[in-house]
Design a protein around this ligand. Structure first.
Ligand code: 5GP
Ligand code: ZN
Length: 114
C-alpha cells in the first residue's frame, strides 16, 4: 500500500529502530512511547485491522504473538510482565491502519485500560 506509513517502514523509505524481524513480521520502537519499553510488531503483509484477517493469514497472525514472546525475552521483560495490545478501529484508538501489536513494559500498567 503506497500511502501506508507502516508499509513504508517495511520498504525502508521511512526509518524505524528495528528490534526484531522474521519471515512474517517486523518489530520496531514506537515513535511516541507510552512506557519505558514500547515496541510495535507489524505483519509484512498489509492488513488494515483485525477485522480484515483471512484464514490464510493465520500463520502471520500467530507469528505476531510468537514474536512478542521472543522480543519480551530479548528485552528482559518476559518474567516481570508486559502487555500486548491490538487496537481495532477508531473507537478503540487505532490511528495507523496497518495491523500492529503494541508491547508495553517497564512501568506498572493499570487495568482496566483507559
Ligand atoms: P494505534 O494508535 O494505531 O494503535 O498505534 C499507532 C502507533 O504508531 C502509535 O503508538 C504511534 O506512536 C506509532 N507511530 C505513528 N507514527 C509512527 C512512525 O512514523 N514511526 C514509529 N516508529 N511509530 C509511529
Ligand atoms: Zn501497510
Amino acid at each position: 500500500m503506497s500511502d501506508c506509513l507502516f508499509c513504508k517502514i517495511i520498504e525502508g523509505s521511512i526509518d524505524a529502530k528495528c528490534v526484531y524481524e522474521d519471515e512474517h513480521v517486523l518489530a520496531f520502537n514506537d515513535i511516541n512511547p507510552q512506557a519505558p519499553l514500547h515496541i510495535l510488531i507489524i505483519p509484512k503483509k498489509h492488513i488494515a485491522t483485525i477485522n480484515d484477517i483471512f484464514p490464510e493469514d493465520v500463520e502471520t497472525i500467530g507469528s505476531m504473538s510468537l514474536a512478542a514472546a521472543k522480543i519480551a525475552e530479548q528485552e528482559g521483560v518476559a518474567d516481570k510482565g508486559y502487555r500486548t495490545v491490538v487496537n481495532c478501529g477508531e473507537g478503540a484508538g487505532q490511528t495507523v491502519f496497518h495491523l500492529h501489536m503494541h508491547i508495553l513494559a517497564g512501568r506498572s500498567l493499570a487495568w482496566p485500560p483507559g
